[in-house]
Design a binder for this molecule. Structure first.
Ligand code: ZN
Length: 331
């Protein structure tokens, strides 16, 4: 017996065959939203245990405020969203079913404006609202493995026979979190995130600028955010997002950038790997100075202007306005 339309990995395919395959082709709405929320709750504990929550309630409240602004233009579907800052240096953000959204401190250090943060959060809200985790797990694990795994989730000690399926569900969930979803879901989340951010008032062109900067950084450093560096379709994703951003801008999309507002929240943010962390500093411009002058003043080395430019998403010949803020990576 074969399961039509099932693109499972070999072992999951085998299990699906062994268990029989009901409606795999049409199994799209899969599991209830209540089960999704339960799965999210359980995985949330695992995330916080594995990475730790970043201990800065004020910063987390700011991230939440940007998330809530976005949610005002998203159709409410009974999902209760929560935004948490994770104590990880990786430039990453991710979401769990049921409305759990995480931004790593490493991502916050990399971002340069509230608009960019809105782009990241909008993308993650898109994965939740689109129920991508449940849909992708139905594709890859099969309806039965997913359902049985979730029975195991609800039934604590009693349902030992479903521990295997639950393990597969959790394993798959964490793989998606770390490596990103399939190409179509990433494109969908990009599209959703840009539209929502723009509708909430943020400048879509600025968000695209961040996508490009991130891609360049990842090519240089080999790190990855939602399959950005590892995925062969990244170029296509950026072109598609760029086209949409132009369209949204032409339709009179949002104009908020919020660079200084954003950077003001980063003073003292831990930066770098655990064990060798430093704290970011924020420099406030007097006005009229250029980056070599700032580098000379702060590092006694004007050649480090390029570093300031890169880290802050500025051109090296930028002249600062009064009150403009710069993130400073300490030595
Ligand atoms: Zn994604």
């Amino acid at each position: 017996m074969r399961c039509h339309g099932e693109k499972a990995v070999a072992f999951a395919g085998f299990l699906a065959i062994a268990l029989g395959c009901p409606e795999l082709t049409s199994a799209f709405t899969v599991i209830s939203e209540a089960k999704e929320a339960e799965l999210g709750r359980q995985a949330d504990q695992e995330i916080l245990k594995r990475f730790g929550r970043y201990p800065d309630p004020e910063l987390e409240a700011y991230v939440t405020s940007v998330g809530e602004r976005l949610l005002q233009v998203v159709e409410p579907r009974g999902i209760k969203y929560q935004f948490k800052v994770v104590d990880s240096p990786e430039v990453n953000a991710f979401a769990l079913p049921g409305g759990y959204i995480y931004v790593n401190r490493g991502m916050l250090a990399e971002l340069n404006s509230e608009a960019e943060l809105a782009g990241v959060l909008g993308h993650e809200i898109g994965h939740v609202a689109g129920r991508h985790a449940a849909r992708q797990m139905t594709r890859s694990l099969g309806y039965q493995v997913l359902t049985l795994g979730l029975i195991g989730l609800g039934a604590a000690a009693g349902a030992k026979e479903h521990v295997g399926q639950l393990g597969m569900v959790m394993g798959q969930l964490f793989q998606m979190i770390l490596l990103g979803y399939s190409r179509d879901f990433e494109l969908e989340a990009d599209d959703f995130g840009l539209r929502v951010a723009s509708k909430a008032g943020y400048d879509p062109q600025v968000i695209i600028g961040f996508h490009k900067r991130l891609r360049l950084k990842e090519r240089l450093e080999g790190s990855g955010y939602h399959g950005f560096s590892t995925h062969p379709d990244t170029a296509e994703r950026i072109v598609k997002a760029e086209t949409l951003a132009h369209l949204l801008a032409a339709e009179g999309g949002g104009a908020i950038v919020g660079a200084d507002t954003y950077k003001a929240h980063l003073e003292g943010l831990l930066y770098g790997e655990k064990g060798q962390q430093k704290r970011l500093r924020v420099y406030t411009a007097k006005g009229g100075e250029n980056l070599p002058q700032v580098a000379l003043e702060l590092f006694n080395n004007e050649n480090r202007a390029w570093e300031l430019a890169r880290f802050n998403g500025l051109k090296e010949n930028a002249v600062l306005k009064t009150g403009e803020k710069l993130k400073i990576m300490p030595d």
